[in-house]
Each structure stands twice: as structure tokens, then as C-alpha cells.
Design a binder for this molecule. Structure first.
Ligand SMILES: Nc1ncnc2c1ncn2[C@@H]1O[C@H](COP(=O)(O)OP(=O)(O)OP(=O)(O)O)[C@@H](O)[C@H]1O
Length: 286
């Protein structure tokens, strides 16, 4: 276990931002803290990285765990070049090898704009430099607070591919916060939080199975007979269509094969993390 929290709690006056959070993060894992605005994600992360003191509860790190943090807003100097920014930061650490900036700029694809001023980079380029900065001290765990917010879909994808490659190649433990449900799908551990509490956790697949049913909609000439044969309460029906919520795709296959003569068309939609999120929080992202 790299990191464990027990009843981690943060109050601001009367408001409970994080409410007795129990987290267990294993070494080398990729955890996404997923939740709507105001859920308590940033407050949790700030406590985990030591920026904010918990009101109650404990945070236990493995011995000598080194942290790297990519903040929502950059901490780099707009007027300095990428190389200057990274070198100045590298020089602030002890034991950083002399070729560290060059190696990271290769790995993160920064070489074409190392001489460019940070403030003139695109959003996606800035993010990559921010990630390189956070990796200078060769951390065991990399925290990223909404690393892809405000980036276009191609850049978001590129940043995620990069983070996943870093996790794999360097055995990094990655903990990030996101609003994007499709992104959390890539993590191997998803923690859904709202009002400072964990609503669900597990792999994206486990959360979907538990909280997001598959949807089967069948078009049939005889709605009443189909419902009688399936012996399941439909969630919706019209004169020619019936919709069922099902736990597994196998259940859908069974309905389709056993009632083949009654079925003129069908649509199957597997449960998504969006469905699970809405089922858990009962509302759209805020
Ligand atoms: N310094 C503070 N003083 C008072 N309340 C605060 C403070 N910081 C956070 N909060 C409150 O704590 C709650 C959790 O905020 P937090 O920023 O952790 O949410 P979040 O999940 O990161 O949201 P977002 O996705 O919008 O960044 C919110 O209700 C917020 O208003």
C-alpha cells in the first residue's frame, strides 16, 4: 500500500468538504477521483499533498514516498523559456541527474519548443511541460488536479496516453481528479465522490455493472406477449417497443434468442460510467 487515508475529514466552518474519506492506493495503480463541482476532490488532493491540514483523520504514506504534483493552474514562469523553467526547478532539487531535463523533454515530446517562452505555448504544450516539471524529482506518485480541463479532445487524448505510458514505464502511481467520465474509464481504480463522501469505488467496469444497467429496447408486433414471456417489468413501453434494464449482456442475448419470432428489431446499449454517475449522484455534472 503506497497511501492510505482513514476517516480523512476537512471542515470549513460549518461546511464539511471531505467527510471521513477512507482511501487505499496501491503502488503502481492509476486512481481517478471523479465527482461533480464542489464534491471535495481538490480539497482531498490538497490534504494528500500536504498543502492543507486535515480537520480529522489520518494520511499514511509508505516510507520515503516522493510526490510530484501537477496543479490546476501552472506554477511556471510565463516569461522564461521551457528549458529555463525546467532547469531552474531541477537545480532546486538535490540528486537530480544533469541530463534529467533533456531526458524528460525527449520522453514528453517537448524538444521542438524548449527555447520558446512558456507563456506563448498552447494549452496542451503547457500541460506537458507542467507534467515534466512534476517528474523532475522522479516521484513515486504523481498527482494531477484536472489535468485535461479546457483542452480539446485530441489534446485530452494525447495527455491521457502520455500519463498512462508514464504509469506503465516508470511504475508510477497516478492519482488524478477529473470531471470527465469517459476519462475515468481509463483508470484502474475509480472513486466516485460527492459531498465529500465516497459513493462508490472499484474499476470502471465494476462500477458500471453495479450502478449502470444495460438497456435493451425491442421492437415487436406483440408488446403484451413479449412482456409476458420475458417475465420482467419493462422500464418503458409503447405500442411497438419495450425497454428492459438488464444486469448483463447475457440476459439480453437470452431474451433475444428465446423470443426470436416476436422480435422485428432491437437496440442494445451497454451501461456507461455516465449512467452510473447519474444513478449515484442523481444529477448531472455541476
Ligand atoms: N477555503 C475554503 N473555504 C471555504 N469553503 C471551501 C474552501 N475550499 C473549498 N471549499 C468548499 O468545499 C467544497 C469542496 O470543494 P472542492 O474545491 O474540494 O471541490 P471539487 O470537487 O474540487 O470541485 P471542482 O470540480 O469544482 O474543482 C465546496 O463546497 C467548496 O465551496
Amino acid at each position: 500500500m503506497l497511501l492510505e487515508t482513514k476517516h480523512l475529514t476537512k471542515r470549513f466552518g460549518n461546511k464539511i468538504a471531505v467527510n471521513a474519506l477512507d482511501l487505499r492506493i496501491t503502488r503502481g495503480s492509476f486512481t481517478a477521483l471523479l465527482g461533480p463541482n464542489g464534491a471535495g476532490k481538490s480539497t482531498t488532493m490538497n490534504m494528500l499533498i500536504g498543502l492543507s491540514r486535515p480537520t480529522a483523520g489520518t494520511i499514511i504514506y509508505d516510507h520515503h514516498a516522493k510526490l510530484g504534483v501537477v496543479f490546476q493552474g501552472s506554477v511556471l514562469d510565463n516569461c522564461l523559456t521551457v528549458r529555463e523553467n525546467l532547469q531552474i526547478r531541477a537545480d532546486q532539487y538535490h540528486h537530480v541527474p544533469a541530463d534529467r531535463v533533456a531526458t524528460l523533454s525527449q520522453q514528453l515530446g517537448l524538444t521542438n519548443f524548449m527555447q520558446q517562452r512558456y507563456g506563448t505555448l498552447s494549452g496542451g504544450q503547457k500541460r506537458r511541460v507542467d507534467i515534466a516539471r512534476a517528474l523532475l524529482n522522479d516521484p513515486d506518485v504523481l498527482f494531477l488536479d484536472e489535468p485535461t480541463t479546457g483542452l480539446d479532445i485530441q489534446t485530452r487524448h494525447a495527455i491521457w496516453t502520455l500519463i498512462q505510458r508514464l504509469q506503465r514505464d516508470r511504475q508510477l502511481t497516478v492519482i488524478l481528479t477529473t470531471h470527465y467520465l469517459d476519462e475515468a474509464d481509463n483508470a484502474d481504480h475509480v472513486v466516485v465522490i460527492d459531498h465529500g463522501c465516497v459513493l462508490a469505488q472499484g474499476t470502471a467496469a465494476e462500477i458500471k455493472i453495479r450502478y449502470a444497467a444495460d438497456i435493451l429496447t425491442v421492437t415487436t408486433p406483440d408488446v403484451a406477449q413479449l412482456i409476458a414471456q420475458v417475465a420482467l417489468q419493462p422500464t418503458h413501453q409503447t405500442r411497438s417497443q419495450v425497454t428492459f434494464r438488464l444486469a448483463t449482456m447475457q440476459a439480453a442475448l437470452d431474451i433475444l434468442t428465446m423470443n426470436r419470432p416476436l422480435i422485428s428489431n432491437f437496440e442494445f446499449r451497454p451501461g456507461t460510467l455516465d449512467d452510473a454517475f447519474l444513478a449515484l449522484t442523481g444529477k448531472e455534472m455541476r
